[in-house]
Structures are given as structure tokens and as C-alpha cells.
Design a protein. Structure first.
Length: 119
């Protein structure tokens, strides 16, 4: 077995997320990072996308969940996102999703949360 990590960094999504009324009135920018641990053996041998996880499809799942979810808490989003990825990709042994909101606190680059789950 050759376990590796598929990584998406700073996927930019514009969605409604937050508890403050002004956050609920308009889309805001969030940055999503995702890591999925999986066996690379078949993909390395075949050099075929059919033998791995397509990160473009993962990005679509994460984006759709954020846009359609209209979550109040980023904690709720990362919980749903990690479960979605584990459900969708049974070959994944570990998933970690982080979300940062860069435009919230004037004195901070960003605020955010991370959640990791394993099988």
C-alpha cells in the first residue's frame, strides 16, 4: 500500500455563513482547505484518473455544500463537509477540512476552524 494525501488549499467560495445579521444578508468569502488520505498504489501503476480521487470533483462537493448549506457556524460546515467526504469516498482513511473567514476581524488575517476524522 502507498498511502498519500490529496490536498486542496484555499478553495475560495462565496456563500452565506455566519451568525451576525450582516453576514446573513450577503455572500462572504471563505477559504477551504481539504486533505484526504488514500492509497495511491492503483493510480501510480495505471496513471489514470479513474484510479484516484478527482480533486476537481471534491472541490465541487465542498463548494456546493457551502453555498447550499447557508450554515450559521463554520463548525457545522466542517462537520458536514468531513462526513460528506467520508461517505462519498470509502477509500479515504482520513479527512481534514479547514475553513477560514479572512474578512471578519480587522486585526487578524483570518479566523477559522478545522476538523479531522478517520475511519
Amino acid at each position: 500500500m502507498s498511502t498519500g494525501t490529496i490536498r486542496i488549499e484555499e478553495l475560495t467560495v462565496h456563500c452565506v455563513i455566519g451568525i451576525i445579521e450582516s453576514e446573513r444578508l450577503r455572500d462572504q468569502r471563505i477559504l477551504i482547505d481539504a486533505e484526504l488520505d488514500t492509497d495511491f498504489s492503483a493510480a501510480a501503476a495505471s496513471d489514470s484518473i479513474d484510479d484516484t480521487i478527482n480533486y476537481a470533483v471534491v472541490a465541487e462537493h465542498l463548494t456546493r455544500l457551502a453555498v447550499e448549506g447557508r450554515f450559521y457556524l463554520v463548525e457545522a460546515y466542517v462537520s458536514h463537509a468531513t462526513q460528506l467526504l467520508l461517505d462519498r469516498y470509502p477509500q479515504v482513511s482520513r479527512v481534514r477540512v479547514s475553513v477560514r473567514k479572512p474578512d471578519i476581524l480587522p486585526a487578524a488575517r483570518s479566523v477559522g476552524v478545522s476538523l479531522e476524522r478517520r475511519r
